[in-house]
Design a protein around this ligand. Structure first.
Ligand SMILES: *Cc1c(COP(=O)(O)O)cnc(C)c1O
Length: 466
């Protein structure tokens, strides 16, 4: 399979080169040139497969030229053996024909483990074979950092540097990042905010001379196609369990960067009968503004009780625009250039109407989030984390047909975000067994000024590749 840039100016790449990079040189994001499409008979034949076996079916065509089937099979088995629930992504019924799919049984208790556990192993495998090394530089406001570090902690060929804003991430989130031991793991607490961290990542990608050509710089945020690919699997898993292809399924997805829900859109394009895809946002509602008003505009950041969805722009949105514009890269380049200068974007009416057929959307504020946590607990004694609560609220608001099973993706374990649970008048949950001593574990991190030269010097001193 070949991958092309959404801005049409960069050469097509194969899977391994897409895995080992960030944005395309023309500034676009990579997407598959065309998707595999499955018939109802093929999808029906996957009923009863374990999560890992299903993952092999779905992922194989995306990586076919780069990874032989035997190796892929071993990598996927190892990846999902790390999860603490035997179903990997169990479904839990919370009301009549209404479900949550628990995506928090990975090592860091959030859905990002599904992709980053796999990504770390794929990276190490490809680098080993090519006899190359990679440096990961990433920024996190919480979940991505710990999931990326967990995913890469055993990668011999990868050094990972994750920046977080000093004193501005929750204690659980910080401990989850800083207590993972490994010579290749570097936690950097930056004296600045998340945007400062992200700006330094961008700058590092734009000028990679600090690596002296000795290592590749790899992105672990959701612009990396491999992350989307891994997430397609659980849509199929939920759908098939609830009766697809004989029956349609609806999904509600708490989203920020449009990564997770974009994987649902891909699953539908591959043949899974999805009747509704609901974009659930917190008060950082740029995606809801686009879907409801055809107005995609950058506004100020709000700090909410669902911090993993606190974004100003959605990095994967460009992948959808590319399809809405008939995959015309030149049109996307122009649109995004305009967006860069004006900070806003609207599209032609007929294209927007098409987007509205693909997605529904809702915005859920902090108060409604707490209300929903309380309501669902009262109804079914099921404790939602704030991100998932936003999904459930949006599902109930946007649902069109009660006879279609509605699945909300439960993106994090409630223990990671106790504040809204306590606000809802409920007892904060306890850490799961494998993390029970988290608060006693030793932390390792370095505090750095928000200064690109200091960052690059730190990387040069600590990377084993340099
Ligand atoms: C990252 C994250 C999200 C948002 O995912 P996107 O792919 O950015 O849409 C939602 N919930 C949790 C808990 C997360 O960690």
């Amino acid at each position: 399979m070949k991958y092309i840039s959404t801005r049409g100016q960069s050469p097509a790449l194969n899977f391994e080169d897409v895995l080992l990079t960030g944005l395309a040189p023309d500034g676009g994001l990579y997407v598959p040139e065309c998707l595999p499409r499955y018939t109802p008979e093929q999808i029906a034949s996957w009923a009863g497969l374990s999560y890992a076996e299903l993952a092999k079916k779905i992922i194989a065509p995306f990586v076919a030229e780069s990874i032989p089937a035997d190796d892929l099979s071993r990598i996927i088995d190892e990846t999902y053996a790390e999860f603490s629930h035997s179903a990997v992504a169990p479904l839990n019924q919370i009301a009549s024909n209404e479900w949550v799919m628990e995506l928090f049984h990975g090592p860091t208790l959030a859905f990002k483990d599904f992709a980053l556990q796999l990504l770390g192993r794929l990276l190490d495998y490809i680098l080993e074979r090519r006899n190359e090394r990679a440096v990961i530089v990433g920024a996190t406001s919480g979940d991505t950092g710990s999931a990326a570090i967990e995913g890469c902690k055993r990668c011999d060929n990868v050094d990972i540097f994750i920046m977080h804003p000093h004193n501005r991430v929750s204690e659980v989130q910080r401990k989850q990042m800083t207590t993972i031991a490994g010579d290749n793991i570097h936690n950097l607490a930056i004296e600045g905010n998340f945007d400062d961290c992200q700006a330094m990542v961008k700058e590092s990608f734009a000028d990679q001379s600090f690596l002296e050509g000795k290592a590749r710089l790899v992105a672990v945020n959701s612009i990396n196609w491999a992350r989307i690919m891994a997430q397609v699997v659980y849509y199929f898993a939920a759908g098939i369990t609830l009766g697809a292809p004989h029956r349609s399924v609806a999904f509600s997805v708490p989203t920020g960067n449009f990564g997770d829900i974009f994987a649902g859109y891909i699953a539908r394009n591959m043949g899974l009968p999805i009747s509704q895809l609901i974009v659930a946002t917190n008060s950082n509602d740029i995606l809801h503004r686009f879907i409801s008003k055809n107005h995609y505009d950058k506004s100020t950041l709000e700090h909410t009780l669902s911090p993993s969805m606190d974004i100003m722009v959605s990095s994967n949105f460009e992948r959808l625009l590319f399809d809405l514009y008939g995959r015309n890269g030149a049109a996307i380049a122009e649109l995004m250039d305009n967006f860069k200068t004006t900070g806003e974007l609207s599209i032609e009416e007929h294209r927007w109407n098409f987007a509205r057929e693909l997605f529904d959307s809702a915005r859920v504020d902090d108060e409604q989030t707490c209300e929903t946590i309380k309501q669902v607990f009262a109804q079914s004694e099921y404790l939602l984390d704030p991100h998932t609560a936003i999904g459930v609220r949006a599902a109930r608001q946007c649902r069109r047909d009660p006879s279609v099973p509605m699945v909300t993706l439960a993106t994090a374990h409630p223990v990671k975000f106790p504040e809204p649970v306590v606000k809802a008048g409920l007892q904060a949950p306890e850490l799961p067994y494998h993390l029970r001593d988290l608060y006693e574990r030793e932390e390792r991190m370095s505090v750095l000024k928000k200064d690109i030269a200091a960052l690059h010097e730190f990387i040069r001193e600590h990377s084993r590749a340099l």
